[in-house]
Design a protein around this ligand. Structure first.
Ligand code: SF4
Ligand code: SF4
Length: 115
């Protein structure tokens, strides 16, 4: 089984992964349907990083380092507003030899691993 590792501290915010994921999901270039969101909140408060939607959870990999996996039903009211909760679950591009977002992330902020 394949999993996607998120390393927020390596992300430069180019958003190529969002485009790649939307192409995988629906053969279109539309970041708003991606299973990934490159999060740019209050940068002074450290609200930047990578969000990845998984079944019943989402991963939050901070640009400052550290990764949280948050269950949808435990998301705070503030987090419940985040569009990541309505995105399609990442299936690790199971139909492809390699996960598309990991190919297009030239910073290795997204990597695939077998688990
Ligand atoms: S492609 Fe990589 S570096 Fe670019 S926004 Fe996505 S995770 Fe960050
Ligand atoms: S592994 Fe595939 S489905 Fe998951 S975020 Fe990357 S491109 Fe999207």
């Amino acid at each position: 089984m394949r999993d996607i590792v998120t390393r927020g501290e390596r992300c430069v915010g180019c958003r190529a992964c969002e485009i790649a994921c939307s192409y995988y999901q629906q053969k279109t270039f539309n970041p708003s349907i991606s299973s990934l969101i490159i999060w740019r909140g209050n940068e002074k408060e450290g609200e930047t990083g990578i969000m990845l939607k998984k079944p019943e959870t989402f991963v939050l990999a901070y640009e400052t380092g550290g990764v949280e996996e948050i269950r949808e039903d435990e998301a705070s009211a503030e987090m419940a507003d985040k569009p990541i909760l309505s995105r399609k679950d990442c299936d690790s591009c199971i139909k492809l030899k390699n996960a598309l977002c990991t190919i297009f992330c030239l910073r290795d902020a997204l990597i695939q691993k077998e688990v």
